[in-house]
Design a protein around this ligand. Structure first.
Ligand code: SF4
Ligand code: SF4
Length: 273
């Protein structure tokens, strides 16, 4: 970092609150008999990582393009100037998460990391020593879960909610965003934002691009072993990890130009799912 750069950047606003440690304890019990049941899903602010999108599209059995179009909205993250995807909770007149049904979350087994973590939230910042995570407790006035008797630590809550694999799947993306927020000379225009959004958040389009010979030729990727190629064809997670390699490359004017030229020459990229 140069002396002029800010010391930290965060995707979350709660970073200034007192944070918890992994051993911090709290009591919490959420269940369908509480009068507040589902209330927290009526005005949610949920950032979806590429891994969240992957799990949701698999769970719903739809393409990543359809998932983005039907259920999400995009906003630009102010520090990095890069796009973030949110669950679009304000699309219908009655509002609320589009995955909220009469009996609760309809995508519960595939719910995003932020939903798993709640009532905790996590803020991450990049320091000279790497990514630093901070945990916070979000005590919404109406949330009666804190009156429950079940005792947790931050670590045991995360384990219980299956947060770990969701966190692992988004780490590289998170670091790229945080780094971009600290890179003063980075000029992110609308074109770069579009490319970033496609690579990070539209896995099915990225797969079509990867299997187009123009991509393999441009990125000298012909030497990828047949087995790895088969993984990219059939395994969304392998493809997601592969896309993380290319995300930083489109953040420069030169890299963006190269990727754009490849996309323009690709016939498969523009195929409709
Ligand atoms: S207890 Fe809290 S987390 Fe559970 S439904 Fe009520 S408001 Fe939501
Ligand atoms: S995805 Fe499920 S848990 Fe998350 S806000 Fe929507 S309904 Fe609630």
């Amino acid at each position: 970092m140069t002396p002029d750069q800010p010391e930290t950047v965060s995707l979350y606003q709660q970073i200034d609150q007192a944070s918890l440690s992994l051993d911090s304890s709290f009591t919490f019990q959420c269940h369908a008999d509480l009068p507040c049941f589902n209330q927290c899903c009526r005005t949610p602010t949920i950032i979806l990582s590429p891994y969240d999108l992957l799990r949701l599209k698999q769970g719903l059995g739809i393409t990543s393009t359809a998932l983005r179009e039907r259920y999400t909205r995009q906003e630009i993250e102010p520090n990095s100037n890069l796009p973030l995807i949110f669950i679009d909770a304000y699309r219908s007149p009655e509002g609320g998460c589009p995955f909220l049904g009469a009996h609760g979350c309809t995508v519960y087994p595939h719910r995003p990391a932020a939903c798993r973590l709640f009532p905790l939230t996590m803020g991450s910042r990049l320091t000279a020593d790497g990514v630093e995570d901070h945990y916070f407790c979000r005590r919404l006035d109406y949330c009666q879960g804190f009156a429950g008797e079940a005792e947790w630590t931050v670590a045991s809550w995360m384990a219980n909610q299956g947060f770990g694999e969701y966190d692992l799947g988004r780490r590289e993306w998170l670091e790229i965003l945080l780094k971009a927020g600290l890179t003063e000379q980075l000029v992110v225009d609308a074109h770069i934002q579009d490319l970033f959004a496609t690579l990070a958040y539209d896995l099915d389009k990225f797969r079509r691009l990867v299997f187009d010979p123009v991509f393999l030729e441009a990125y000298d990727a012909y030497d990828i072993k047949a087995e790895a190629m088969e993984d990219l064809r059939t395994d969304d997670l392998a493809l997601l990890k592969f896309s993380y390699r290319y995300l930083p490359t489109v953040l420069s004017a030169e890299g963006a130009q190269k990727m754009t030229a490849v996309i323009r020459r690709s016939t498969r990229f523009f195929e409709v799912d």
